[in-house]
Design a protein around this ligand. Structure first.
Ligand code: G6P
Length: 356
């Protein structure tokens, strides 16, 4: 088993470091330089113009939230649903609807159930999965493989990044195609993840806050799912209390939880409207003496209000959300490591949950 970890103490750390490779694999052959287009051979016979509904669980649900936002930005009507709530949500489905199951394993019972119900209601179904010949891949009308390679650690890491990239490709296929700059930006992401892995201060931040009462994560837009995912990773492997919030929601309740013993991790990229608003929320927690860790590209003045900075290259909000997530994976990993947790097999959790 140690040999398979290639010198890393845990599969999770190995898989975090495999992300540049996983992302390159996800992109390989899917960007057509001559045409300046995204070319998804997997979806050659998918011709869809109607609304899109994502169904997913856990980490994959966070990727689905990100994917839905990316699709809407590309001009497609898209929404993300928790697979386990999909039936009770009574979401209207018809034969114009594409229902996309985002599932790393392709075997999650809640997600399969939602896909089956959607198919019965006449929808076209698409599996976005890492697992060839999984139930989701076999049962859906179409399959888009994320090509992350096998993931052993129960806490999903590289598959989340690969889902983000695959869903960005899907958005360019179903909605407005990419500009040359957007294609370049996609292609640069794997190398920028490598830069983050080589320069990260996540371990020092983890050492500083290993004894915190709770950990909060905030973000807006593409960074909101990243805040949710940062908190989920922290809960899963450290067993500590962690919550992710839409930055604007802090003042509507969660601010009451904020103290000098609750670090707040804020994801801020660029210096536009979104960044300015999140910085406003950062000031609110700073005024309550909470330690602030900014995950940022340094384009705004958020660093002025931060006790620690986890730097990422300046690549815009979309790529920035992939890079910021890598920093948060590492913070969770190092907190769990310092606490001596069972990182690859956290208590009570399974890699793939095949009951509803
Ligand atoms: C389990 C795992 C999570 C995962 C979720 C969905 O709960 O512990 O890490 O995000 O299932 O898995 P899927 O295979 O559908 O992406």
């Amino acid at each position: 088993e140690d040999a398979e970890k290639s010198g890393y103490d845990h599969y999770m750390l190995k898989e975090i470091h495999e992300q540049p490779k996983a992302l390159r694999q996800c992109l390989r052959g899917r960007i057509d330089d001559l045409d300046g287009a995204v070319d998804l051979e997997d979806l050659a016979d998918l011709d869809h113009e109607g609304p899109v509904q994502f169904v997913a669980c856990g980490t994959s649900y966070h990727a689905a939230l990100f994917g839905a936002e990316r699709l809407r930005e590309a001009g497609v009507r898209a929404q993300a649903f928790l697979a386990s709530e999909y039936a009770s949500d009574r979401v209207p489905i018809d034969d114009e609807t594409l229902v996309v199951g985002v599932t790393q394993s392709g075997e999650t019972a809640d997600t399969l159930r939602a896909l089956r119900e959607a198919a019965r209601a006449g929808a076209t179904t698409l599996a976005v999965t890492n697992t060839v010949a999984s139930s989701a891949a076999r049962e859906c009308d179409h399959t888009l493989y994320i090509r992350a390679g096998p993931e052993i650690g129960v806490a999903a890491t590289k598959t989340f990044a690969s889902q983000q990239l695959a869903l960005a490709l899907l958005a360019f296929t179903l909605g407005d195609g990419p500009t040359r700059e957007e294609l370049e930006a996609l292609r640069d992401i794997p190398g920028q993840v490598r830069t983050v892995l080589e320069t990260t201060d996540a371990r020092a931040v983890a050492e500083e806050y290993v004894d915190a009462d709770a950990y909060f994560f905030i973000g807006r837009g593409y960074h909101y799912p990243v805040a949710l995912e940062g908190a989920l990773k922290m809960k899963e492997i450290t067993y500590r209390h962690a919550e992710g919030f839409a930055a604007g929601e802090l003042k509507h309740g969660p601010l009451a939880l904020v103290t000098e013993d609750t670090p707040v991790f804020a994801v801020v990229t660029g210096d536009g409207e979104t960044a300015r608003k999140t910085i406003g929320n950062v000031k609110e927690v700073e005024a309550r003496d909470a330690p602030v860790v900014a995950i940022t590209d340094g384009e705004s003045d958020v660093t002025r209000y931060a006790d620690h900075v986890l730097e990422i290259p300046a690549v815009g909000d979309l790529g920035g959300s992939v890079l910021a997530n890598v920093q948060l994976q590492l913070v969770a990993y190092w907190v769990a490591n310092l606490l001596g947790r069972s990182i690859d097999k956290p208590r009570n959790l399974a890699k793939s949950v095949t009951v509803e």
